[in-house]
Design a binder for this molecule. Sequence first.
Ligand code: KG4
Ligand code: ZN
Length: 339
Amino acid sequence: MSDKNYILAIESSCDDTGAAIIDGNRIISNVVASQKIHEIYGGVVPELASRAHQQNIVPVVDQALKQADITKEELKAIAYTRGPGLMGSLLVGGSFAKSFSQSLNIPLIEVNHMQAHILANFIEDANDEKPTFPFLCLTVSGGHTQIVKINNYFDMEILGETIDDAAGEAFDKAGKILNLPYPAGPIIDQKSKVGNPLKFKFAKPKIEGLNFSFSGFKTSILYFIQKEVKANPDFIEENIDDLCASIQRSIVDILMEKVKKASDTTGIKQIAIAGGVSANSEIRQRLKDGETEFDWKTFIPKFAYTTDNAAMIAMVGSLKFDQEIFTENTAKSVAKYHI
Ligand code: KG4
Ligand code: ZN
């Protein structure tokens, strides 16, 4: 029997099927099968996602074990995403994790996907330095937008969150209005590099406190584009780079304003970021600028650990394993699962 604490983790909350193996905080393998099928629909179709998870889960787990060069008998526990996420998707990963842990007679560990995004910062090779407690984390992806205060590994407080669309959705929906393919976030980022961010102005939400709202912003883009295209059918093509840059600037401004407010009100200057939108070059730059402007220390994990992935689930699994926090086989998947 190996003296390593190998834990297999499974992520299936949305449209990525992931499996990873960890030992302590060192990732041994990290496999993700992304589902291309949703591109043609311009967003994730839940029923198709759950069917694709069923097809992907066995090969993905098999690959994770092979890449780690270990056998299933060497595993000490199975961690899985219990929620939040799409119910059909969660059920596939959850059922697999339960049966696998039962057949191997090893503990099962449930993981909250939102906690995992944040705790990905503690993976050995996620970044050069690790945050110390307390720190703030801006979690921004296609499904989530939250500012969280992390007092300890499992003691977190949501200071603010979106009341409608997520930041990634704002990018993707704006992209759809501009006839860009899904997901539009990375394309908008690319085009923004050569566009003028001050060319167009869109309505910014007026939301009290640390919450976010992006639906009014999206509607303001839609009405603006409809009006302009009526006058000039080539308006989008002629202005695409400036439109992207202006939209990106607005979204990043909205996010940064609240992060600054959260830092000012809590007095916390360690700021981490998580989720797929943290790949955005402007948000990365603005956070880095905060180090000189506001005396912040920022933590941006490497990209493979910020989008939906099983390595972050494995990290939480490992922390819970050390504390012997295990889960009953009867635990139900939870679509809305608070930190
Ligand atoms: O974390 P993630 O892979 O999956 C979810 O949990 O949603 O995040 C995907 C989101 C999409 O909305 C995508 O457009 C956005 O992250 N995204 C970006 C960039 N790369 C990915 N948004 C802006 N700029 C980027 N470079
Ligand atoms: Zn996520």
